[in-house]
Design a protein around this ligand. Structure first.
Ligand code: SF4
Length: 336
């Protein structure tokens, strides 16, 4: 875990938006605007692990992909504080200028089966980011690849094998080795254990924790499962239909959730489920981003909703201790 007295910024996301129109109907007319990410802001400090959590469709994966520059945001800024070059604004820079930065910002993907090219050997897969700058031959990097495979819990003897020879857990270790071979400053891990057997999930999470210490990594952890975020992250943001509805230190949010949606997510963690009162359970499905409810987007599912909730979207409010929430009745709910 990061030393809170030595906070040094690594990434700052400010008012990030990703909006797109959806087509449909006989004349393929625009049916409306989907706000996949809508005004998201957060900061990542060096050596920390920050979690983005929410149900499928909440915008957390899109946020990660915007940071990776897989897609261009509608508006907002993403500032990366490079340890040599200083602050770099990622949104306007070209793909060419982004290329050297890709070694510093890497990603671990959700599905270890589809994310590894079956026609490539492990050496080629793990060595790929080293060659992303267009220079150097694979054999020059053999020692680096062997070293990172070993640190990821795989024998370097496996280098000439193909992905099909490995289990899901081993494949995810290969994906992790590929992400870390360039010694990045930031790793975005998008649901890195959700496709794995429960029996190997803990092993992969422990490996990621261990490697964070070894390489002094900063993680942006994306997951739908709050228990994974609790285990991995010192701070977290809860997203609902494109917006952050609660943000703060993990322990604070786990002990005193201020937003009913967070409370609902906590209710579906098996260990805490027994302590959750029936009224606090998460009901219904996430709102349709192309047809949003009025007021607070969560009001059709919220057991605490009142009239104001149907008319006014609550802004993020400060609760102190770096804890913020977007709920009209957050203070009443806190600690219940
Ligand atoms: Fe529930 Fe109202 Fe808070 Fe929205 S603003 S989460 S509907 S209590």
């Amino acid at each position: 875990m990061m030393d809170p007295t030595k906070k040094e910024l690594l990434l700052e996301v400010n008012d990030l938006c990703m909006h797109y129109s959806v087509q449909g109907g006989f004349f393929d007319k625009s049916k409306g605007l989907v706000k996949a990410v809508d005004g998201v802001s957060f900061k990542l400090y060096k050596g920390s692990a920050f979690g983005l959590v929410g149900e499928s469709g909440c915008g957390k994966t899109t946020t990660g992909r915007l940071i990776m520059k897989v897609m261009k945001p509608t508006s907002g800024s993403i500032t990366f504080y490079d340890n040599k070059l200083g602050p770099i604004e990622l949104v306007p820079i070209s793909n060419k200028k982004m290329r050297p930065l890709r070694k510093k910002i890497q990603m671990v993907f959700q599905d270890p089966y589809s994310s590894l090219d079956p026609r490539m050997t492990i050496q080629q897969i793990v060595g790929e980011p080293l060659r992303a700058g267009g220079r150097g031959e694979l054999h020059e990097y053999k020692n680096k690849i062997a070293d990172i495979l070993q640190k990821s819990g795989l024998s370097p003897d496996y280098m000439d094998r193909y992905p099909h020879a490995f289990s899901g857990g081993q494949r995810q270790r290969i994906g992790i080795a590929r992400a870390l071979v360039t010694q990045p400053q930031l790793v975005i891990a998008d649901e890195p254990v959700s496709a794995l057997d429960v029996s190997v999930q803990a092993q992969i999470l422990n490996l990621l924790k261990e490697l964070q210490q070894v390489f002094d990594l900063t993680y942006l952890f994306i997951a739908h499962d709050l228990s994974v975020i609790r285990y991995m992250c010192d701070t977290l943001a809860v997203m609902y239909v494109g917006r952050i509805v609660e943000i703060g230190r993990s322990e604070d949010i786990f002990h005193h959730p201020a937003h009913p949606y967070t409370e609902g997510l906590l209710s579906i963690i098996p260990r805490t489920n027994t302590r959750t009162k029936p009224g606090k359970m998460l009901k219904g499905a996430i709102a349709d981003a192309s047809n949003l409810p009025s007021g607070c987007y969560f009001h059709p599912r919220c057991p605490h909703a009142q009239d104001i909730c149907k008319n006014e979207y609550p802004p993020l409010r400060d609760l102190g201790n770096e804890h913020q929430t977007a709920c009209h009745f957050d203070l009443k709910l806190k600690g219940i």
